[in-house]
Design a protein around this ligand. Structure first.
Ligand code: SAH
Length: 249
């Protein structure tokens, strides 16, 4: 049995209780060494075999799992496994081998980042949608999902895997409809001890990141949800009734 587990964004106590229980019981742990906090490995059993997948291929990862098919393996991914986690190809390989699996969700870095700056992505009167995307790099992005096209919605945007391409990101956001002075934030290593947050604008993304020495392990947040203006929620509005509360006159 294989358990895909979300390790959370960084801080070791942001793994779920279920994820931690699975780590404590595992015979084998294969963790994404580039971004998973190694403190999490402290709760592994003494006789647990631990592999860092950062230097391994998909075939090697599946090889370790297959050799230990009768054991409990935890495949530990950073954040939530469903976001840029490359779990689908592993799941398909396990299906072909007839090995059972389940997935334990994790706190994505996009939530570590919003927590770090106290932001709400879905701000009434501003945006009710969040676009999770990345710049095309060595991994291509479909043309219909270009930053320009996605920017035209004016929705809240969370841009992964792009901290090394901020000049280009900024130019594309602007050609898609954001203003140079539209609010943006860069959150480096959200929830880690060396977390850094930079409140900036779309036009100043590259300069401000360079000043802070940030070029990786960061998220770029863009949108007016980072600005000052919004409407108050209906949910807690005294003049609004819903299933749990009557309007107050
Ligand atoms: N599954 C992960 C994302 C993996 S892709 C998740 O849900 O968070 C790796 C990218 O995620 C990095 O390049 C960076 O853009 C972002 N990232 C991961 N951890 C981060 C953190 N603690 N702070 C900021 N960005 C992070």
């Amino acid at each position: 049995m294989v358990h895909f587990v979300g390790a959370g964004p960084g801080a070791a106590d942001l793994i779920t209780v279920r994820g931690r229980n699975l780590l404590e019981k595992a015979d084998i742990i294969i963790y994404a060494g580039s971004l998973v906090n190694k403190e999490l490995l402290c709760c592994a059993r003494k006789d647990c075999e631990i592999y860092d997948s950062s230097g391994m291929t998909l075939e090697e990862v599946i090889g370790v799992i297959a050799e230990n098919a009768d054991k409990e393996t935890v495949r530990l991914h950073t954040g939530d496994p469903s976001i840029y986690g490359a779990i689908r190809e592993q799941i398909d390989a396990l299906d072909r081998l007839g090995i059972k699996y389940d997935v334990c969700p994790g706190v994505s870095s996009m939530f570590g980042a919003s927590a770090a700056i106290g932001a709400e992505y879905t701000l009434p009167g501003v945006s009710q949608s969040v676009i999770i995307t990345r710049m095309a790099g060595r991994t291509p992005v479909p043309e219909r999902e270009s930053i320009e096209l996605l920017s035209s919605h004016g929705a809240s945007m969370v841009i992964f895997l792009s901290a090394g391409m901020l000049e280009e990101l900024s130019a594309r956001l602007i050609s898609g409809g954001y203003r140079k002075d539209s609010p943006a934030a860069i959150v480096y290593k959200a929830t880690w001890d060396d977390e850094k947050t930079v409140m900036t604008t779309v036009g100043d993304l590259a300069a401000d990141a360079a000043e802070q020495g940030i070029n990786r392990t960061a998220l770029v947040l863009v949108g007016d949800f980072l600005g000052r203006d919004y409407e108050r929620s209906k949910l807690y509005d005294p003049g609004f009734s819903h299933g749990y509360r009557r309007e107050q006159k």
